[in-house]
Design a protein around this ligand. Sequence first.
Ligand code: ISE
Length: 340
Amino acid sequence: MLNIGVIGVGEIGKMHIEKITSRISNARIIRINDTNESYAISVAKKYGAEIEKDPHALIAANDVDAVIITCWDQYHEEFTLAAINEKKPVFCEKPLSNTADACMRIMNAEMESGKRVLTVGFMRRFDKSYISLKETIESGEIGEPLLIHAQHRNVAPLGDLRFTTEMSISNSLAHEFDVTRWLINEEYESIQFIEPKRTRNVNYDYSDPQMAILRTKSGVHIDFEVFLNARYGYDIQCEVVGEEGTARLQDSNRSVTLRRNGLCSQSVYSNWKERFEEAYDNELRQWVDGVLAGEAIGPNAWDGYVAASVAESCIKSRLERRTVKLDYINCPKFYEKSKK
Ligand code: ISE
């Protein structure tokens, strides 16, 4: 049985606790921590876990075998480093951190420890539609990829999150920055930010939608759109255009197509929990099974560093209104063997 401590029980932390408790075998939540103590007490009571007021005490606790970090992005580094220091397997939600330097410190600490213990929560790599898309590309059926068109739309940011223009990039577009390089197994060369006309559906100073054009080292051009106040639904799209054909991401559990009263319609997801429900299950199940087998699976600290580095360059491109050459380091040998 894997005894897990969770730091941060907001939307996604609570979702992971529910999944581990009700769907993932050989694992249970035994300690939780959150800055909102009354909230933490209610969640702990519901799942029969202990409250730990000090997150570092949670990480060090003898009865905590592994740690899940789902607190605010800016605290990911502190607690991930503490888990590495305790040599405890740790699952950190994306982004690993909102700065490349912080991710570099995490990489260096893990490499100095001599053992990989960190998995970063880029769950799209565990989504069967994205896995099928990657398999199609790797089969050569569409020939060499030349272009990729990706859209990432939300109804509105979940909960009371007041997204900033930078968060759309570092927190949301981070998914595209990670999954696209995984899809085509290529690294990026440059990024150009594009600031379209703003929606009037946001009542504060926030650039939405946003776009970015990425160029890979072999010349593949990728256009990303992130629109977090799209209103109509939660809609993630990805089309890869190759020499011989195209491959488009399918919604893994799309409902029926309804034809009625002269209309043809399909439902659209309402949020990320719904669209990626299976991906989160797969991700957590594989993480638990990996930890019990003594290995860290999935996206590693270098993947987290690359996403943070590309996000920083995208923000720089926005501020300086120019295309920015990407300068993230190559994958250290330490992480080469665990690349999947
Ligand atoms: C948000 O930033 C996330 O990280 C979610 O995983 C993603 O699905 C959502 O669209 C983003 O806004």
